[in-house]
Design a protein around this ligand. Structure first.
Ligand code: GLP
Length: 258
């Protein structure tokens, strides 16, 4: 695991954007794994700037989102399909037809999950997967005790995740109880993982992911088993990392070849 400690959340986004830019410059139709939540927003802002400046063109990129709530229509403003349209497809000038988000209101959710797995496989797999981390160590919506070999499936959100995400809804009661999420096994199949985190709120889960044992009580600790995982955190999120295990500040040099 390559751990990069950056001064601020803006720097975190810039370094993650460097990795994604390098991947797309190496292959214009690279397959990106995209995430929702606040953590990747600086990365998207930086990528949007680069697209606007003509530094990189993302129009041929194919993309797969990690997860979706069950039961929110695709037009609900907080469905991840809406969020991805608003925060990713538009600003990054992606081609909408090349971007997939799990369908959380399909009549047959299990069949939709299996179809999503097939789509990722048929695209040749994910080249570079952007991830955030939940305060309880979840990745995607893989809550503690999710199997490391899990695939895209319907899952139940913990009370903590529902409370954490209530800020996006009018009330806690409006936060769905269930979701569709890529499994930890699905995420681990990506050729490169880039996890971004900033702020004090993430310090504990970041320390457990990096320094704790590999355990299903901290789903993000699975990244310790990945051959090409880069974790980029700001100083606040790195606050309780053991000083003797801290790396010097450094910037990873390249993306990943396909
Ligand atoms: C959400 C998403 C995750 C995200 C996490 C952290 O529940 N499903 O993919 O990483 O929560 O969110 P945030 O970045 O807003 O703290």
């Amino acid at each position: 695991m390559d751990v990069v400690i950056a001064p601020t959340g803006v720097d975190v986004g810039r370094i993650a954007a460097d990795l994604i830019t390098a991947t797309v410059q190496g292959s214009a139709d690279a397959v990106l794994g995209i995430a929702t939540g606040s953590s990747p927003l600086e990365t998207y802002r930086e990528l949007a700037r680069r697209v606007a400046d003509g530094v990189v063109d993302l129009s041929a990129v194919r993309a797969f989102a990690l997860d979706e709530y069950v039961g929110l229509g695709s037009d609900h403003p907080e469905s991840y399909r809406s969020v991805i349209r608003r925060e990713v497809i538009g600003p990054l000038r992606l081609t909408a037809d090349l971007v997939q988000t799990p369908d959380g209101d399909a009549p047959d959710l299990d069949a939709a999950c299996a179809r999503y797995e097939r789509m990722i496989r048929d695209a040749g797999g994910v080249d570079i997967q952007l991830l955030g981390i939940g305060a309880n160590g979840h990745i995607g919506f893989n809550e503690p005790l999710s199997s490391f070999s899990s695939r895209t499936r319907v899952a139940t959100l913990t009370a903590q995740t529902r409370r954490d995400n209530a800020r996006f809804f009018e009330s806690l009661d409006d936060v769905p109880h269930q979701c569709v999420t890529q499994g930890i096994g699905t995420i681990m199949d990506a050729r490169c993982l880039v996890l971004v985190a900033d702020g004090e709120r993430k310090a504990e889960s970041v320390a457990r992911m990096i320094e704790g044992p590999v355990t299903d009580t901290c789903p993000a600790s699975a990244l310790q088993l990945h051959p090409h995982a880069v974790v980029i955190v700001d100083e606040s999120a790195a606050r309780i990392l053991t000083p003797s295990q801290r790396y010097d500040r450094r910037t990873p040099v390249s993306g990943v070849a396909r």
